[in-house]
Structure formats: structure tokens, C-alpha cells
Design a protein around this ligand. Structure first.
Ligand code: PEP
Ligand code: MG
Length: 326
């Protein structure tokens, strides 16, 4: 199989009926950029900037952030990189941010990610400056984690726009263009897409957090892993609805959670209208092989039937269908 994945490394992730999907990778280290060519990916769809913070003994300053971001962009070459602002706090508490130490009972739903960033605006400004300078006449792509309401996105975006204006006014290095994206991880945000979509360049669905909130099931508790399934009709209907609204608004939508890295799940996602994925590098080969043997029109038709009258075992129904298709 490895040999098979190697032969399609340079080939596009296009379905048999001509639907071009994009396969990007999730990353967090400078070295990860080098993987892009090796696995045949279209770019980095999620760069988890908090990794640098988690492995540092002290708060990484603007210069060390700048160095990392520049390294990642240089190594990615022409391929796009989407930086996510820090998702720290909660279970990823930093010892050197002592006052943010989290003693909450439910850290995943706590003082983390964008909530923390908006309350520590100096920290976020430093990150914005580092990203702007690192991008240096290239395209800056940035997205914000754990948005619950559109105003949080607006505030984060405004902070970046202030820094961009500052760079312009002071004739500093600037990006050629900026794309802003929102992560959809909190189910409530799906009710506000009419307000959010006109303001974003792309939407990225974090299915790891989204599913734990949809099912009220801790993603880190192995006992619960058996209790719900990424292929459950509730998740698929939810994602279909988001994909429809985003597509109607002309906003590209991507899944950047682990769900998209499994071939059967990725097939189901194409079935509900999601063609863009950001996954772990090792999954690019298997998912690309699946896509290149798939009829996207047929899986969409099948998914409509299945979601109209959901079978008890969706996983089995999809596996059977995939087998029949060869
Ligand atoms: C997610 O929640 O699906 C996601 C991509 O972000 P993280 O796994 O870093 O929380
Ligand atoms: Mg998340």
C-alpha cells in the first residue's frame, strides 16, 4: 500500500467524476513543512501555534515566534499555510501564565483559546505582529479557535487589522493579502452563520472539539470513545447543514479534525458536501487513494438517502456501500 501511496503522491486528490478535493496537513513544528512534498499534500491547513508555547519554559517572545513562522512559510514554498492563533488554556495550561492556571472543573469548556487571547491582548498583538512580519509580501492566512459568537471573531479580526494598519503606516513589511477564517468547534456558532459567513474568507470545522460538544462527551476519555461515532447521523446532518450554508454563501469550508483523516469518514464528508480536509500527514496517502477511486456524485446521492431515514448502524451501511462500489 505504501508503494501505491507513493505513486499518487504528486497526483491531485480528484474524484473519478472530476471533483477536485484539497488535502492539507495539520502541523505544529517547523519540521512539519518538510512533510508537504513527502506526503503529497496541498499545504498546511492547521498550524497549531500553541505547540511552541507548550514546549517553551517561558513565554515565547515576538522574535522567536517570528522565526518559527518564517521558517514554516519558507519551507512550505508556494503552498498555503493557515496559522491558528494560540489555543492555550484549559487542559493546555501554561505554567508561566500563572494567573491563567486553570482549576476549572471542565477545562475544555473553560478559559481557553480565543477567550484567553481576547483577554490578554498584548499576547495576541505580539502574535499578530510576528505573523504579519513573517508573511513578508506573501499571503497571510489566519484563523481563530473556539469561537462561540460572531463578535469574538470580529474582535480578533479587528486586532489583526489594527496591527496591519500600523505596519502600513510605519512602512513595515506587510503581507500581500490577508485571509481571515473562523473555526467552527462550538455548536452554537452554527446558528449564527448568516451573520458570520459574510465576514470570513473560509470556515474550518474542528471536529475533535465539535463532536465532544455535540455529544457532551469528553474527547479525552477513552470510555466515551465507544459511546459515539463520527459517522452518527447527528454529526453528518449537522455538517451537511453547515456545508450547505457555507457553499451557498460562497465560503470554502474545510474539516481540520481527526475525522477527515479516516478514509470512510472522509468519504462521508464528501457525501455531505465537504471537499477540503486538513489531516495528519500519514493519512494523506490513504485518503487520497480513497478520493481517486470515489464517485462524488454517487456518494452524495447515497448519503441523502441514508440521512433521510438513518439506519441504526450508519458505519455498516457506508462500509457496505463502499464495498459494492469497489
Ligand atoms: C479540533 O478541535 O478538531 C481541532 C482541529 O483543534 P484541536 O484538536 O487542536 O483542538
Ligand atoms: Mg479544537
Amino acid at each position: 500500500r505504501r508503494a501505491e501511496f507513493a505513486t499518487i503522491r504528486g497526483a491531485p486528490a480528484t474524484t473519478k467524476d472530476g471533483r477536485r478535493c484539497t488535502l492539507m496537513v495539520n502541523a505544529g513544528l517547523a519540521e512539519d513543512s518538510a512533510q508537504l512534498e513527502a506526503v503529497g499534500a496541498d499545504g498546511i491547513g492547521l498550524f497549531r501555534t500553541e505547540f511552541q508555547f507548550l514546549v517553551s519554559a517561558t513565554l515565547p517572545g515576538r522574535d522567536s515566534q517570528l522565526r518559527l513562522y518564517r521558517q514554516v512559510l519558507d519551507a512550505a514554498g508556494d503552498k498555503p499555510v493557515i496559522f491558528r492563533t494560540v489555543d492555550i488554556g484549559g487542559d493546555k495550561a501554561l505554567p508561566y501564565l500563572a494567573d491563567e492556571k486553570d482549576e476549572a472543573e471542565n477545562p475544555a469548556m473553560g478559559w481557553r483559546a480565543l477567550r484567553l487571547s481576547l483577554s490578554r491582548s498584548t499576547l495576541m498583538k505580539a502574535q499578530a505582529r510576528a505573523l504579519i512580519e513573517a508573511t513578508d509580501r506573501r499571503v497571510l492566512r489566519v484563523m481563530f479557535p473556539m469561537i462561540s459568537e460572531p463578535w469574538e471573531y470580529e474582535e480578533a479580526r479587528a486586532l489583526f487589522e489594527e496591527q496591519l494598519a500600523w505596519a502600513r503606516d510605519n512602512r513595515r513589511i506587510q503581507p500581500s493579502r490577508v485571509e481571515f477564517g473562523a473555526m467552527l468547534e462550538v455548536p452554537g456558532l452554527a446558528e449564527m452563520l448568516d451573520v458570520l459567513l459574510p465576514r470570513v474568507d473560509f470556515l474550518s470545522i474542528g471536529t475533535n472539539d465539535l463532536t465532544q460538544f455535540l455529544f457532551a462527551a469528553d474527547r479525552a476519555d477513552p470510555r466515551l470513545a465507544q459511546r459515539y461515532d463520527w459517522l452518527s447521523p447527528a454529526i453528518l446532518r449537522f455538517l451537511r447543514r453547515v456545508a450547505r450554508e457555507a457553499t451557498a454563501a460562497g465560503v470554502p469550508v474545510r474539516v481540520c479534525g481527526e475525522m477527515g483523516g479516516r478514509p470512510l469518514e472522509a468519504m462521508a464528508l464528501i457525501g455531505v458536501g465537504i471537499d477540503n480536509f486538513s489531516i495528519t500527514p500519514a493519512a494523506v496517502g490513504p485518503v487520497k487513494a480513497m478520493i481517486r477511486s470515489l464517485d462524488a456524485g454517487a456518494v452524495r446521492t447515497r448519503m441523502e438517502q441514508l440521512l433521510a431515514r438513518p439506519p441504526r448502524d450508519m458505519r455498516k451501511a457506508l462500509t457496505d456501500w463502499a464495498k459494492r462500489q469497489g
